[in-house]
Design a protein around this ligand. Structure first.
Ligand code: ACO
Length: 465
């Protein structure tokens, strides 16, 4: 394990300097200034190249290998900021002042406990479910954290409804003439100045940001036959996540590496899961449904699920010496290699520039992770020298994240949920931004079927004809 925090910062800054060399002539977004809709763009299958909306949340430059959150490079954010500062930056639009950060952390702390959600989730066979399926379920159950009664998604109003769960009825009160309230409802924590509780807004985003990490950690423990651990309000977001997973407070270096991993996964343009989240929001559904959609989309092996596949692949290859033969066979079968390639990056993914050297250094002390890193490094070399120049195939964020997670004691099945824990920041930031000028998503499909079929009654249909 890396010995000092200064060494971690050094690795990040060196990676930033290497990335900076790729950026020639500064970063120039293709579109800038006032956008005049409709815009012209070339669209490929899978909406490749399509422009869905305007955004100030983040910028990905795939040809120069750059990633910015609200104008700040991820290298500076990883070197100098915490995940809480980055989550504030993404959702609020600017870096917080010291006072704003303290308030933000207090709000997040209030939302770390999701007792009703966990209790409801545990009535499902979580131990037999894919961790992402359980997380998706938990995210949707969170919508009912403050009440058992379902709410009108577009109107919300949790304080107006009756909580039927015994935990949410601290005391009986006399009816005051309102038809809806007989029992006092447990007020959602974090509500300020009589602000209406609502499901679509910023507080739902904060609730999810904290709650999803608690649910993910609980899922991991239940799957290992252990009891969930209560969050520790004294710990940072990153340290608390590791604590709830492993049952021990991490070292400052482990905490910092977790923090960096969270920062690196927090946002990434209009990727599949973010798009899914925003599409759901555009129907004026609610934040919980949006984040649930994001979790669903992130599950697949072409997106967030790749980090699990990478570890399985490295296990399967077994040793660096086996890489040439394994790669040749894979190429002969025209199969893709997990953790490589990207729809946007046709150069080195800047996130992999940080995670690669971090993985190398933290894998060193453990013979198993050391062997896996050596295998990964050998595979990286052969893929970059063959497919890199020819097709722009380089390691993506998922190639090294698994090695880093493993060194932090995160079980493999929790790799993709850990990605989700962080990406909640990006999903919610972009949903909040999109809803400011909401327009229902409704793209078209190119119809390629027939237009002149004559209806055949059921008893006359014959597949051969
Ligand atoms: N290994 C080998 N060849 C690849 C790979 C790969 N991982 N990825 C793309 N290629 C090749 C394709 O075979 C294709 O070659 P061809 O033109 O000779 O047919 C060419 O590169 C273009 O590939 P596409 O699939 O069209 O590229 P696309 O932009 O759709 O793919 C994707 C992006 C889905 C991520 C792809 O690279 C892939 O499947 N990678 C492996 C899974 C993975 O790591 N996913 C995580 C992505 S990062 C994230 O979501 C957080």
């Amino acid at each position: 394990m890396i010995k000092t925090l200064a060494r971690v910062t050094d690795i990040v800054l060196k990676a930033g300097a290497a990335a900076q060399k790729e950026i020639k002539g500064g970063l120039q977004p293709a579109f800038s200034g006032n956008v005049q809709w409709p815009v012209e763009c070339k669209v490929g299958p899978g909406l490749e190249g399509a422009i869905a909306c305007e955004s100030k949340v983040g910028y990905v430059n795939g040809s120069q290998g750059a990633l910015l959150y609200r104008g700040y490079t991820i290298f500076d954010l990883c070197a100098y900021a915490t995940f809480e500062e980055v989550a504030y930056l993404l959702t609020r639009g600017s870096l917080p002042t010291a006072t704003e950060l303290t308030t933000f952390k207090e709000q997040l702390n209030l939302f770390r406990s999701v007792p009703l959600t966990l209790r409801r989730l545990m009535s499902f066979p979580v131990e037999d479910m894919h961790a992402m399926a359980a997380l998706r379920l938990g995210t949707n159950l969170m919508r009912q954290e403050f009440t058992s009664r379902d709410l009108n998604p577009s109107r919300g109003g949790a304080r107006k409804v009756i909580g039927t769960d015994e935990d949410s009825i601290p005391m009986e009160t006399l009816p005051k003439g309102t038809p809806e309230a007989v029992y006092q409802f447990t007020r959602a924590p974090g509500a300020v100045n009589g602000e209406e509780d609502e499901q679509t807004g910023y507080r739902a985003a904060l609730h999810l940001l904290s709650g999803v990490s608690t649910i993910a950690a609980a899922i991991a423990r239940v799957k290992r036959g252990q009891m969930p651990i209560d969050p520790d309000p004294e710990l940072s977001f990153a340290a608390n996540y590791l604590y709830m997973l492993n049952g021990r407070r991490p070292t400052p270096v482990e905490e910092r590496i977790m923090d960096i991993s969270l920062i690196l996964h927090a946002d990434h343009g209009m990727n599949a899961s973010t798009f899914a989240a925003v599409v759901v929001a555009s129907t004026l559904s609610d934040m919980y449904a949006s984040v649930g959609a994001g979790v669903a989309a992130l599950t697949g092996p072409l997106h967030g699920g790749a980090n699990e596949d990478v570890m399985k692949m490295l296990d399967q290859i077994g040793d660096a010496a086996n890489v040439p033969q394994w790669f040749a066979a894979k190429q002969a079968r025209k199969e893709k290699i997990a953790g490589f390639g990207h729809r946007v990056y046709k150069t080195y993914d800047p996130r992999a520039r940080i995670l690669g050297p971090l993985a190398r250094e933290i894998a060193r002390d453990n013979p198993e992770t050391k062997r896996m890193y050596a295998t990964a490094a050998a595979l990286e070399k052969v893929v970059v020298t063959t497919l890199g120049k020819a097709k722009g195939i380089y390691p993506n964020v998922d190639f090294f994240s698994g090695l880093v997670y493993r060194a932090l004691g995160i079980p493999t099945e929790l790799f993709t949920p850990t990605f989700a824990v962080s990406r909640v920041a990006g999903w919610t930031a972009r949903v909040l931004e999109y809803l400011e000028h909401n327009r229902l998503f409704r793209p078209r499909a190119i119809y390629t079927g027939p237009t002149d079929c004559t209806f055949i009654p059921l008893n006359q249909r014959d597949r051969k004809s």
